[in-house]
Design a protein around this ligand. Sequence first.
Ligand code: GLC
Length: 546
Amino acid sequence: MTDTQQWWRHAVGYQIYPQSFFDSNHDGVGDLPGVQAKINYLKDLGVDFVWLASFYPSGHVDSGYDVTDYCGVDPQFGTLADFEELVAALHAAGIKVVIDLALNHTSAQHPWFRAARQSRTNPYHDYYIWQPSDGQTPPNNWQSVFGDSAWQPNPATHEAYLHSFATAQPDLNWENPRVQQEMVQIIQWWADRHVDGFRLDGVTHLKKRADFADVTDPRTGYYQNLAGVAPYLAALRPVLTANHLLTIGEAGGVDMTTAKQWLDPTTGFFDLLLEFDHVHFWEMAEPKLPVAALRANLTKWQVALEGHGWSALFIENHDLPRAVSYYGDAVDYPRRSAQALGMWYMLMKGTPFIYQGQELGLTNADFTRIDQYRDLDSCNYYHRQLATGAPVANTLKQLAAKSRDNARTPIPWTGKAYGGFSTTTPWIDMGPDVAQRNVERESHDPLSVLTFYQQLIRVKQSVPALQTGRYELIDTYDDQLYVYRRTYNGDNWLVMVNMSSQIATTQEFDLTASELILTNLLVDSDSDAQQIQPWEARLYHLRQLE
Ligand code: GLC
């Protein structure tokens, strides 16, 4: 593959969650013309491609990931003509377009499933996964990701269908070559509409245990990362390659051996994999980020993929809370920790993804009532917890820390009502501090998180060593600093980040002959080579290697 075909190796991506980006038609929901209205913002930010989260017509159960039509646009987001116009406008601005494709399940309202559930002889019946059922006892102990049994009775056929996510999201049967063919045609249909790539949703879930036996881990044991996914992915590969599409696999739970195989440039299936190993570390990060463990984990992946594949770098998406609240320090160092986290992950080896609002340093939503939540997973969790006797206050506290809605609040474009996102009440409440943290204000502030992200993007795009250079950890054997070197053709760069809210000291680095290229410390603060301030981040161009 030529270097131009591998454009994504030199690119910075930006994830758009259309519901919450910009509302152009004043109905409180973001839409595709709203994305088009903000192309100049994306250009100023400097991103090379956008990934549009699911905008397909849907049953609106799982925020667009319960698709009712794979070849359309949900009316709340606009029309297909709007989509085509948006793609043309983004392309004219030099920005490529990646779209989402939920492969694992459809909506229960999808015409395939409506037909499939009518009778066992319906031609669509075998598009889904069934087991005989008396309507009372689930066929086995498999549980859905969103809680409770993964089986839902279907009285018409005396069966139950499998749904590894919500009840309204029946799993597709990938054993059926017709399902594979449908997806191939859908990919071609969008390629004909000039998309540049796909984020393929939930690829590690496509293969289910064939024996339908009880499993030791009912939450993941029956579907996560089982051997046998490869033939399904292989069926999609020809249409993806023939159309030169960027392929990003969402690969929860993928192990390193499989990741290496799937990312192999000649025999693999994906250009980039979104793997979540580092995210799971953070889930255990109470009360404080385990920096040493994180260092070891990310380094393991960076080293393993060197020469074998390319990493996707991310700290946020529409399924995670806001990084500054969860991994940074949103109380004492909201600006600095947002910037430090940005430098820390974006300058590693791989293609960085920025999730909308991350570049503003947006924090968690600070919701205090259950009626503020929209996410099905969060609402289910709340009711399940209460049913087991958990106290309301405690459950709300857990949601405030971990709910997916934390990252789904609308983008504050201005400090005005509804952050200038809409002229009417948005579909979900705005996050906190709209007056302080918004695009208008941050774009005029040379020290803002937004300005720092612009600088980071520029430096990543312009320094070959920060793209293709080898990654090497410099272990500081502490629980504060994350230091790594990037090296390419004798050109050496050093990233040094204090990932804690305490001063860190280090005697180990002689940086006298090196040039400090980017830092998030205020110009007039005391910078000291040996003393690293809380959440201070530095990028050095190393003149000499010791
Ligand atoms: C993907 C999406 C997530 C959705 C899930 C099930 O992981 O990112 O938002 O809930 O698929 O549809």
